[in-house]
Design a protein around this ligand. Structure first.
Ligand code: ADP
Ligand code: MG
Length: 636
C-alpha cells in the first residue's frame, strides 16, 4: 500500500469504529432514553452523519464536481444520490429510519474502492517488475577510472563496463571478461546464460559473476530494454473488443438505471400503490446495486493481469485486443528456419566438382555470405575457419528466399538454392543427401555445393503436441527450404500440413489461403523469427515474433513478441489468453446475474439496502479477486 492508500484505509477504519459505536448505542435504545421520541431519530441522524462524512466526503465532492462539469452519471453520483436519499428518509416520519444503511453503503463502497485501487496497484506492480529492468546508469572508463553516466549518453561502439550484480544497460558484444547472465526478467528462464568474449548480450539481463567489458552495438533508445518498455507502455491503448463493449455498456447503463430508479420511486405511489417512502427506498436500493464498477474495473484488470502474467514468462503481448484474438486461434502457422529449427546449420558435406578444392567452395561461400544476417549465412561463416577480409567483397546482395550474390576479388560468386541457379542460368546438379543444399558458382562456373542441416528445437515436438491438446486444430509449417527437408521435419514434429519451396511472397499467399479457410470467429496465428517474414507477420490475425534479439522489423510487425526463441512459449501464450478470456466472461456473467437478481428483488421490495451493498461492493470485490487470477501463470 502506498501512503495515500494507507491514509484512506485509516480513514475508513476510523469511520467504521465510529459507525459501530453509534450503531450499538442506537440499538441499545440509549438514544431513546436520552432524547425521547422522536428526538432519538434526529440524534441518530446527526451521529450517523459523522462516520458517513468521514468515510465519504471525497465521494460527495467528486460527485458534485462531476455534476458541475456535466458528467453526472458515474458511480460517485450513484452513491451520493443513494446515500443522501437514505438519510433524507428521515423526513418521512412514518417509516423506519435508514441512516444506518446510508452510512453503511458509503462505508462499504469505500472499502470496495480501496480494495480496487490496491488490486490495480498490485497488478501494475507485476508489470513494473518488468519496468525495473530499466537501468539508470552505465559505467564507462575515463582516464582509467570507472564513471557512471546516463545510458543515453553512451555512443554506439563505446565500451561499457558491467560489474557483477549490475544490470546490462545497453545491447552489445562482450569484448573481455566472462560471466553468467541472469535473463529471468526478460525470458522467464531461470537457468543463467554463460557469456564470454564475442557473445552478444542484451540489455535488461543481470550480470551475476564476472566483470564484463562490452562494446555497445545499439544506442540506449533502441536497446532491448527500451523497446520492451515502450511495448508494455503502449499495450493498454489497444483495447479488446470485450473491453470496449463494457465501456460502452457502462455509458448507457448508468443513465438508464438512474431513470428506472426514478420511475420506480415515482410512478407506483402516484398510482396509489403504496407509500412514497416505501417506493423511494426501493428506488434508492436500485441505485446502489446498479453501480457497474464490478465490470468497469474487473474486465480491464483481467486483461491487464493476463498481459502482466504473460510478460513474466517473457511473452510480450502488444495489447489486450491481441490477447483476445490469441484466445480464438485454431490454426498456427510456423516458419521453419529459426522458428521450429535452431537455425544453426551444420555443414554435413561439401561436394566439389571434379578438380575443385573443397576449401575453395567453402571460402567462396563464406565470403559471399559475409554481409547476410540469414541463419544460413551465419552458419557458413562459422564453418569457414579463416578470417574474412571484407575489403575483398563488393556488391554483396541478398535475394530473399534464393540466396546471395557478391563480387569477391572481381569474381562473381553466387550461393543459394536451385531457384537462384535457375534464375541466373547457371548449370548445377542435384544432390542425393537430405538437407539444405547451397549451390556455389564462381563467374557462372559451377564449383560444387555444400550440404547443411539444421536441427529441430528441443521443445518443438512438444509444442505441437501441446497446441493440439490446447484445442488448436491445425499446425502448419511454411518454408523456403527443399521439400524433402520440410517433409522430414514435418513428420518428426507431427505437423498437420507442410508447404515447401516457398518464396517470401508465396508465404503470404499460403497464409492468405489458410485465412480464407478459417471458419466463424476462429483466428490464425503466424510464428516467425522475422528474418524475411515480416510481411506474413502483419498479414496473419496474430503475428508472433520469436527471439526479441531476432530482428527489429519483426518486433515492429508482430503483435506478440517472445523474448527467447522457444516455441513452447506459444502454447503458454494461448493458454494464458484462454484463461484470461474465461475470467473476463465469468466476471461479466456473475456480476450481471447477481445484479439483475438483486434489482428485481429491490423492485419487488424484498431486497434491502444491506443486500444492495453486497450486490455492489461484494460483487466488485469477488470480480476483482477473480481478475487477479489472470496474473497467475504458474500452473497453466
Ligand atoms: P525458411 O522459410 O525456412 O525460413 P528462407 O525463406 O529464409 O527459409 O530461405 C529459403 C531458402 O532460400 C533456404 O532454404 C536457402 O536454400 C535459400 N537461402 C535463403 N537465404 C540464403 C542465404 N543467405 N544463403 C544461401 N541460401 C539462402
Ligand atoms: Mg525464415
Amino acid at each position: 500500500m502506498n501512503k495515500k492508500q494507507k491514509r484512506w484505509r485509516n480513514r475508513i477504519i476510523l469511520a467504521l469504529i465510529i459507525f459501530a459505536v453509534v450503531y450499538a448505542i442506537d440499538e441499545l435504545g440509549l438514544l431513546e432514553r436520552l432524547f425521547g421520541t422522536p428526538g432519538d431519530v434526529y440524534a441518530s441522524f446527526v451521529l450517523f452523519l459523522i462516520p458517513y462524512l468521514i468515510a465519504g466526503y471525497d465521494v460527495l465532492r467528486k460527485a458534485w464536481r462531476n455534476i458541475r462539469h456535466g458528467q453526472a452519471f458515474d458511480e460517485s453520483f450513484l452513491m451520493a444520490v443513494a446515500t443522501i436519499g437514505a438519510f433524507a428518509m428521515v423526513f418521512f416520519p412514518e417509516t423506519e429510519p435508514h441512516m444506518a444503511e446510508g452510512a453503511a453503503v458509503m462505508l462499504f463502497y469505500q472499502v470496495g474502492e480501496l480494495f480496487q485501487s490496491y488490486a490495480v496497484g498490485q497488478s501494475r506492480k507485476s508489470i513494473s517488475a518488468l519496468m525495473d529492468i530499466a537501468p539508470d546508469y552505465a559505467n564507462i572508463e575515463r582516464d582509467g577510472q570507472l564513471v557512471e553516466v546516463d545510458p543515453d549518453e553512451v555512443q554506439v561502439g563505446d565500451t561499457i563496463v558491467i560489474k557483477p550484480g549490475e544490470r546490462v544497460p545497453i545491447d552489445g558484444v562482450v569484448t573481455s571478461g566472462a560471466s553468467q547472465l541472469d535473463t529471468a526478467a526478460l525470458t522467464g528462464e531461470s537457468i543463467p546464460r554463460h557469456v564470454e568474449p564475442g557473445a552478444e548480450i542484451i540489455s535488461g539481463c543481470i550480470n551475476m559473476t564476472g566483470m564484463l567489458h562490452v562494446r555497445t552495438t545499439k544506442p540506449f533508445g533502441e536497446s532491448t530494454v527500451s523497446r520492451i518498455l515502450e511495448l508494455v507502455e503502449n499495450a493498454s491503448e489497444k483495447k479488446a473488443r470485450t473491453e470496449n463493449f463494457i465501456t460502452r455498456f457502462a455509458r448507457w447503463y448508468t443513465p438508464i438505471v438512474t431513470g428506472a430508479a426514478v420511475l420506480l420511486a415515482v410512478i407506483p405511489p402516484l398510482l396509489g400503490m403504496g407509500s412514497w417512502s416505501d417506493w423511494i427506498l426501493r428506488g434508492l436500493t436500485f441505485l446502489v446495486v446498479s453501480c457497474p464498477c464490478a465490470l468497469v474495473i474487473s474486465v480491464p484488470l483481467s486483461f491487464f493481469g493476463g498481459i502482466g502474467g504473460a510478460s513474466k514468462l517473457g511473452i510480450l503481448v502488444k495489447g489486450s485486443n491481441y490477447l483476445e484474438l490469441l484466445s480464438k486461434v485454431d490454426t498456427v502457422v510456423f516458419d521453419k528456419t529459426g522458428t521450429l529449427t535452431n537455425g544453426t546449420f551444420n555443414v554435413v558435406a561439401i561436394h566439389p566438382e571434379t578438380g575443385v578444392d573443397p576449401d575453395y567452395v567453402l571460402s567462396n561461400a563464406a565470403y559471399a555470405e559475409a554481409f547476410s544476417d540469414h541463419p544460413i549465412a551465419v552458419s557458413v561463416r562459422q564453418a569457414y575457419s579463416g578470417e574474412i577480409d571484407q575489403a575483398r567483397i563488393r556488391d554483396a546482395h541478398e535475394e530473399s528466399g534464393h540466396g546471395v550474390s557478391a563480387n569477391v576479388d572481381e569474381h562473381v560468386v553466387l550461393v543459394g538454392n536451385d531457384k537462384l541457379m535457375r534464375e541466373h542460368g547457371a548449370r548445377w546438379h542435384e544432390c542425393d543427401l537430405t538437407g539444405t543444399i547451397l549451390h556455389v558458382t564462381v563467374d557462372g562456373e559451377y564449383v560444387g555445393h555444400i550440404v547443411i542441416a539444421d536441427v529441430v528445437k528441443d521443445d518443438a515436438a512438444e509444442t505441437i503436441r501441446d497446441l493440439h491438446a490446447a484445442g488448436v486444430k491445425k499446425c502448419v509449417m511454411l518454408t523456403g527450404d527443399r521439400r524433402d527437408v520440410a517433409e522430414a521435419v514435418g513428420t518428426k514434429l507431427g505437423l498437420d500440413e507442410v508447404h515447401a519451396q516457398l518464396l517470401p511472397a508465396d508465404k503470404v499467399n499460403a497464409v492468405e489461403r489458410l485465412l480464407s479457410l478459417e471458419q466463424g470467429d476462429a483466428k490464425l496465428a503466424f510464428v516467425g523469427d522475422g528474418i524475411n517474414d515480416a510481411p506474413v507477420l502483419t498479414r496473419a490475425d496474430v503475428g508472433i515474433a520469436m527471439g526479441a534479439m531476432g530482428s527489429d522489423a519483426a518486433i515492429e510487425a508482430a503483435d506478440v513478441v517472445l523474448m527467447d526463441d522457444k516455441p513452447s512459449k506459444i502454447s503458454h501464450a494461448i493458454r494464458i489468453s484462454r484463461k484470461t478470456m474465461r475470467i473476463v466472461w465469468q466476471n461479466i456473467v456473475f456480476a450481471l446475474a447477481v445484479k439483475i437478481a438483486i434489482l428485481v428483488l429491490a423492485a419487488l421490495g424484498i431486497a434491502n439496502m444491506w443486500l444492495a451493498v453486497f450486490g455492489d461492493v461484494g460483487v466488485a470485490i469477488i470480480a476483482i479477486l477473480n481478475a487477479m487470477r489472470a496474473m497467475q501463470v504458474k500452473n497453466l
